[in-house]
Structures are given as structure tokens and as C-alpha cells.
Write a protein that binds this ligand. Structure first.
Ligand code: SR1
Ligand code: MG
Length: 413
């Protein structure tokens, strides 16, 4: 292993050297090939694969390295490399409760802000799979398990409350939280230079900037994000943070992990499925097939919530550590609040992906201008409906109804 005393961004050659020195992985003498495959907003990602020798054929690993700035913007946006520690510690913790749902971590090097982990190249990024119209029959089962286990086990319901406070300390992640606070809960409602808004929908942005009742709800959600240390979140659980096949789901990239409101993670998954549903306006041209796929996405959303709720209640009933949490009605009250937060955060995440800095390929890569505009307006309409109604929602069906109403209501001539 190269032991660098000072941090520097890895080259392809450095990455091969790291791989070669990884104890017990590649056979000495194996020919190794490396490519930088990072397509995210922040990091370098190298895939190192053995080519021929010594039975290592096709053996591979991933090396992920945090850059000291946000790659999506450039060096003008400095960013702590400590996020690599947060990510590897979060992966290790998640690996204790749901080992089959996260990549295995082989090594973390704090000086180089580098994590060596399992290569998941036999999976696809879920966002790409959804754009292609693929169905994932086990996804709701898998992601509800991930959410129920990781959120319950790190909350005051599931762990010793003094230990939890010490864990909160380890996952204080102010710089990455600040990105979220700005990009999700501020910029979309102001004339921020971070925003990226198609000229066709400038009217929508003007409306967001003046909608006081919407901003009131965003402020309540922002305040909760700032102050509620409910559970250790993944923190950026969109469909680009999920590797998938029809049989397997792996949640990656928890560099935004911090202690926050549970609905922020669940809402991220749901908001991104709804963004995809809005984008299918173009990707599936046949109306019947498009409606079938939308039904599939909405059914998946219903299943995710229902399975999450069932599993979370079971964990609580079997392993709850807080005696008073068995008080009559408290569990129902708690889960209703998580559902409402889920709706609100799903809505916020949809709005930011249309007018904010970082968009999603489900909608941004639509080549036809009119279909893209319609998809953007649909996504904004659903997002606004979820944000404004979040505190009065009583069931997952009401969340889905609110989305369906928006699908019906948007027409671009
Ligand atoms: C500057 S980072 C932009 C976005 O990319 C990440 O995936 C997060 O969603 C963040 O908001
Ligand atoms: Mg990421």
C-alpha cells in the first residue's frame, strides 16, 4: 500500500498501485487495468480489474477518493475530504444491519480520503435502469428493509441513548449538510446563482419565489432538517445512489450521512421515483405502456411505505429500548409524522431537481423540448402538492393521490 503522508488526487497509475498492494486481493503479477468512472458530482471513482493472470480474471475493486472541492462546480467550491471518513463509517455501520444491501468496504485511508470497496459493476445505476423502463420487483422489499433497519437501529428507539449522542458527534457533517440546506431548502425559492432553470419554465420559478404558503412549509421542513437528530440518515438517497439488478439492491455513496429526520431518506427515494414517472412522458411514447409503468412506480412507492412501516413497527415492538415508547398511540403518532415528513421532503427534492443546481437525467436528458417542459412542469406540480399538503396527509394513498392529480393536471401546448 502506498502510504502517502500528504493528500493528493490519485492518478490511474496510483490507483493500480493501491490495488496491487491491497493485501490478499490480487495475485502478485496479475495484469491490472484501471479506468476513472466517476460520473457523480463530487468524487473520483476508479475501477481496477485483473485482466489475465493467475486466476484473478475479472476480479475487480472500486477505489473512491474525495476531492477537496465539488467536482460538479470546480475548485471554487472547496469541500472537506473528511466526507470520505463519514462515508466509510456509514457504510460499515449500515453493513452491520443490512450487509446484503451495501457494498463491502475493504479498506479506508483517511490521509488519502480513499475507500477501497466491492465492485458492483454487475449492477446498474437505478436511475439509468428506470429511464430504460426496467422493473425491479424486489426493490420495495429491499429498500424498505434498508430504511427500516438503518433508521430504527440508529434512533433513540433502537439504541442506547447516550451511545446515540456519541454517534451523533461522529456524524456531524456540517459542510455537506450546508450543501443540502442551500440547494434543497433555499436556492429554489430565491434568485440564487446556483440555480439552473430552463427559460421555458421561468414563470414556474417566479411563482416559487413568491409562494408564501409553499415557503412556509419549506421552512418547517428546513428547520426540522437543521435540528432533528432522529436517526443516522444516508443523506442523499436518490436513484443515482442505488445500484440494482432485478434480484439485488445495493445502496452506495452515504457521504451526506448525518443525524436528521427519517422522512428525508424515505422522501428521497419516493421523490426520485416520481421524477422518473414525470420523465416517462418522453421515454415511453406508447400511452398505455407509459401508464402501466407509472402504475408500477406508484405501486412501488405504496409498497415501500407499507413495508417500511410494517418492518419498523416490528423492530420497535421487538427491540424498542425506550420503556415509555409503548405508551398507547405513541407509535401511530410517530409513524404518521414520519409519513408526513416523507411527503414534504419528497416534494422538496423534486422541486430542487428542476430549478436547482443539480438536475436528474430522467428529465434533463429528454431531447424533445416540449416533452421536457411538460415533464418539468409535472414534477414541479407534484413537488408543490406534496410540500403544501404534507402536514395534512394521513396515508400513503393520499400521497399517491396528490401525485396522480398533478399527472392529470399538466398540459403543455
Ligand atoms: C454540489 S453537490 C450537488 C448534489 O450532488 C449530490 O448528489 C447531492 O444531491 C448534492 O445536492
Ligand atoms: Mg453521491
Amino acid at each position: 500500500m502506498i502510504k502517502a503522508t500528504t493528500y493528493h488526487p490519485l492518478s490511474v497509475e496510483d490507483a493500480i498501485e493501491v490495488a496491487r498492494n491491497l493485501k490478499g486481493f490480487f495475485t502478485p503479477g496479475s495484469e491490472l487495468r484501471c479506468e476513472e468512472i466517476g460520473d457523480g458530482n463530487l468524487n473520483l471513482v476508479f475501477r481496477i480489474q485483473a485482466l489475465h493472470a493467475n486466476g484473478d480474471l475479472n476480479k475487480s475493486i472500486i477505489i473512491k477518493q474525495a476531492l477537496p472541492y465539488a467536482k460538479v462546480v470546480g475548485e471554487s467550491w472547496p469541500l472537506t475530504i473528511d466526507r470520505a471518513r463519514i462515508e466509510s463509517e456509514a457504510l460499515l455501520l449500515q453493513g452491520k444491519s443490512v450487509p446484503e444491501l451495501v457494498p463491502q468496504v475493504y479498506l479506508f485511508d483517511a490521509d488519502m480520503a480513499m475507500t477501497v470497496m466491492e465492485d458492483l459493476s454487475d449492477h446498474v445505476i437505478m436511475r439509468q435502469g428506470l429511464i430504460a423502463g426496467t422493473k425491479y420487483p424486489l426493490f420495495a422489499e429491499h429498500i424498505s428493509e434498508f430504511l427500516a433497519q438503518t433508521l430504527f437501529s440508529t434512533s433513540d428507539l433502537g439504541m442506547n441513548q447516550q451511545d446515540k449522542k456519541r454517534q451523533v458527534e461522529k456524524f456531524i457533517n456540517p459542510e455537506l449538510c450546508k450543501i443540502t440546506e442551500d440547494l434543497i431548502f433555499d436556492d429554489p425559492y430565491t434568485n440564487s446563482s446556483n440555480n439552473n432553470i430552463d427559460s421555458a419554465i421561468l414563470d414556474e420559478h417566479t411563482a416559487l419565489c413568491s409562494d408564501q404558503s409553499l415557503q412556509f412549509e419549506v421552512m418547517l421542513l428546513r428547520q426540522k432538517f437543521l435540528s432533528q437528530s432522529q436517526a443516522l440518515l444516508h443523506g442523499d438517497l436518490h436513484t443515482g445512489s442505488i445500484f440494482i439488478t432485478p434480484a439485488s439492491t445495493k445502496v452506495i455513496d452515504p457521504e451526506f450521512a448525518y443525524y436528521g429526520p427519517m422522512g428525508f431518506d424515505i422522501g428521497a427515494v419516493i421523490g426520485n421515483l416520481l421524477l422518473n414517472a414525470a420523465g416517462q412522458q418522453f421515454w415511453i411514447q406508447d400511452v398505455t405502456k407509459r401508464e402501466q409503468y407509472r402504475d408500477y412506480l406508484l405501486t412501488t412507492i405504496r409498497d415501500i411505505w407499507n413495508l417500511f412501516e410494517m418492518k419498523f413497527r416490528t423492530l420497535w415492538n421487538q427491540h424498542g429500548v425506550d420503556r415509555l415508547s409503548t405508551a398507547h398511540g405513541y407509535q401511530d403518532h410517530y409513524l404518521l409524522e414520519v409519513l408526513r415528513d416523507t411527503a414534504g421532503y419528497a416534494g422538496c427534492k423534486m422541486i430542487r431537481r428542476i430549478v436547482g443546481l443539480a438536475h436528474v437525467a430522467d428529465i434533463d436528458t429528454i431531447p424533445d423540448t416540449s416533452s421536457k417542459e411538460q415533464a418539468q412542469r409535472t414534477a414541479l406540480s407534484i413537488g408543490k402538492a406534496l410540500v403544501t399538503s404534507n402536514r395534512s396527509i394521513h396515508s400513503i394513498d393520499e400521497l399517491i393521490d396528490a401525485a396522480n392529480q398533478a399527472f392529470k393536471g399538466v398540459h403543455v401546448s
